[in-house]
Design a protein around this ligand. Structure first.
Ligand SMILES: [Mn+2]
Length: 261
């Protein structure tokens, strides 16, 4: 059984991501894959907010190839910021009437750390790569996703059905359907509090796995702690959920969780 790791929400912080993966033994001094047959999940929000989203994407894409050649795997997952950036690219300031409200991807992109430098690098080829990312994955006992929400179940009752539905929407150009993807992937904190375990069990029972691994919600925000006060992923929700978003753009650590031996 190869070792399995997960990281999330690098948000353009290439240097911090590189250092964290090196510390975990997955990159060598030249930033080449050195993880052998290990598996590394990257749970989305590669770009926006930080200085070098395109650099993060380029690293992840190279590692996908290098890990595969070494018998391992690097497995990126779609985050809400990929949807924001792609929606900005495709629809810009077009007015979208969504649930009775007039919205634009541009205003959401601008309010949430969108970067012109990232937009400039999203050509057709990169657009298709990002739009084709899976929304959710199952790896042994771990159910991996970007956002801590049960909204994934609105797309279907299996990992395959969810991924197919999200991919089909992003391959099309219906702005309202795109906005639905963004709204669902922007939800959060649904595994926290007294109702959290029931929500998590519902997701695990339907999709498989014994534990959810997610990013999207910074540990410090979720638990009311300073982002520089922790250095490990946070297991919560009766042990059913693991939050691995350290909050890199808020001064928190870039976490690499080891999910198995
Ligand atoms: Mn997010």
């Amino acid at each position: 059984m190869p070792a399995t790791f997960a990281t999330s929400d690098p948000h353009g912080h290439l240097a911090e991501l590189t250092a964290a993966l090196r510390e975990a033994g997955l990159l060598d001094g030249e930033s080449r894959w050195s993880g052998g047959d290990a598996r590394l999940w990257v749970l989305g929000d590669l770009l926006d907010r930080g200085p070098d989203g395109l650099g993060v994407i380029a690293l992840v894409r190279r590692l996908v190839d290098e890990a595969a050649q070494a018998g391992g795997a690097v497995l990126p997952v779609l985050g809400n910021h990929e949807v924001i950036a792609l929606g900005m690219r495709r629809f810009g300031d077009a007015r979208i009437v969504h649930r009775g409200l007039v919205r634009t991807f541009e205003s959401i992109w601008a309010r949430n750390g969108g970067r012109d430098t990232d937009q400039a690098g999203i050509d057709d080829e990169l657009f298709d790569w990002l739009a084709g990312l899976p929304a959710i994955g199952l790896d042994g006992d771990h159910l991996l996703m970007h956002s801590d929400t049960t909204a994934y179940l609105q797309w279907g009752g299996s990992v395959e059905a969810i991924n197919d539905a999200v991919r089909a929407t992003l391959a099309d150009d219906d702005p309202v359907a795109w906005f639905d993807v963004l709204v669902r992937l922007s939800q959060r904190h649904e595994y926290a509090g007294s109702a959290g375990p029931l929500a998590a069990r519902r997701l695990l029972h339907t999709l498989g796995g014994e534990r959810i691994v997610h990013g999207h919600s910074i540990i410090g925000d979720l638990f009311g702690e300073r982002c520089d006060s922790y250095s490990e992923p946070r297991l919560y929700c009766d042990g059913l959920a693991l939050d691995i978003d350290g909050g890199i753009y808020e001064g928190g650590p870039c976490l690499v969780a080891r999910l198995s031996v």
